[in-house]
Design a binder for this molecule. Structure first.
Ligand SMILES: [Zn+2]
Length: 148
């Protein structure tokens, strides 16, 4: 409820940065993180996948659906990169830097080539996507700041 309350503060914050990266969950139908892909399982249960434990989610952010589109107001014109995550049908990706199976997204290289040393992160899913991205930013050698 009230998730859109993050939009205005994020827009205001974004105006202060020269390098903006947006992330977008972009799952194929039947993605392995969906409870519906595991008969008899319910959202928020966990299953064991090849890379480890996976929380099962309701179907969400299916490629091309309205639920996958950026929230109105978050189509920031200054964002040069929209990084789509969770495209691999069998692998989830909370982090913008590293998918759940350890595959790197390339974001660290992108930021380094632009001379970024400090990453400021914000979003709605602070307990998953924002937190995992912040931890992986640190692991990649960036200073990381999470805006609550
Ligand atoms: Zn997802």
């Amino acid at each position: 409820p009230d998730g859109d309350a993050v939009v205005a503060p994020i827009r205001a914050l974004a105006a202060r940065f020269a390098t903006l990266v947006l992330t977008q969950d972009w799952h194929p139908p039947g993605h392995a993180s969906f409870a519906s892909a595991h008969p008899g399982r319910a959202p928020f249960e966990t299953v064991r996948l090849a890379y480890g434990e996976q929380v099962l989610w309701p179907d969400h952010c299916v490629q091309g659906s309205a639920g996958a589109s950026l929230a109105p107001g978050l189509d920031l014109p200054g964002a040069a990169l929209v990084l789509r995550k969770g495209l691999n049908p069998g692998v989830d990706s909370y982090s913008a830097f590293v998918e759940a199976d350890g595959t790197r997204t390339g974001l660290a290289g992108y930021l380094r080539e632009r001379g970024v040393g400090r990453v400021v992160l914000c979003g709605l899913a602070t307990d998953y996507c924002v937190a995992w991205s912040a931890l992986d930013a640190r692991a990649a050698g960036f200073e990381a700041v999470v805006v609550a």
